[in-house]
Design a binder for this molecule. Structure first.
Ligand SMILES: [Zn+2]
Ligand SMILES: [Zn+2]
Length: 160
């Protein structure tokens, strides 16, 4: 399932900017990501808005392992929000640790990953990531979708 989004809507990556001022120019190749974090956010956003071509071209060719747009387009999950936990950037490499929350068949879970990035010819590429396990927030903690509501009053309701 993909989210239909207007350019003036808030960007799904959680930046609090409009999509047209945030990830859209990256998705349509008008701009390139200036940091590993910006690339990571735009890649999460590409999943949400089904810009699968962008996911391929920003995935370093040496690490794609035959990945196809068809494979990326599989599945029926609904993305809930992105939490960037930590970022590290050196001259030509970087790391971003994040939780990308989704709901699949009334189960909320996250891709919790430490992703690695390299800079080549002025472009950041995703190379590979280390997956970890996370648990759901407590019911009174802030919601994973950054709505500002408590988890129990927001996305937790989707699981009932
Ligand atoms: Zn964005
Ligand atoms: Zn929520």
């Amino acid at each position: 399932m993909t989210t239909k989004i207007n350019p003036a809507d808030l960007c799904p990556c959680g930046s609090q900017q409009a999509y047209q001022q945030c990830c859209l120019p990256l998705h349509v190749n008008q701009l390139v990501a200036q940091s590993p974090e910006q690339l990571m956010r735009s890649r999460y956003c590409a999943f949400v808005v089904a810009q699968f071509e962008y996911l391929l071209v920003t995935h370093h060719p040496d690490y794609r392992q035959g990945l196809t747009i068809e494979q990326l387009a599989q599945g029926n999950i609904h993305w809930l929000g992105l939490q960037v936990i930590n970022t590290k950037q050196l001259d030509t490499t970087g790391e971003v640790t994040f939780k990308a929350w989704y709901i699949d068949d009334k189960q909320i879970d996250a891709i919790y990953e430490q992703s690695r990035f390299v800079l080549q010819q002025g472009r950041w590429f995703y190379t590979e990531g280390k997956q970890m396990h996370t648990k759901l927030p407590e019911r009174n903690e802030p919601c994973i979708c950054q709505s500002g509501k408590k988890f129990k009053q927001c996305c937790a309701k989707l699981t009932y």
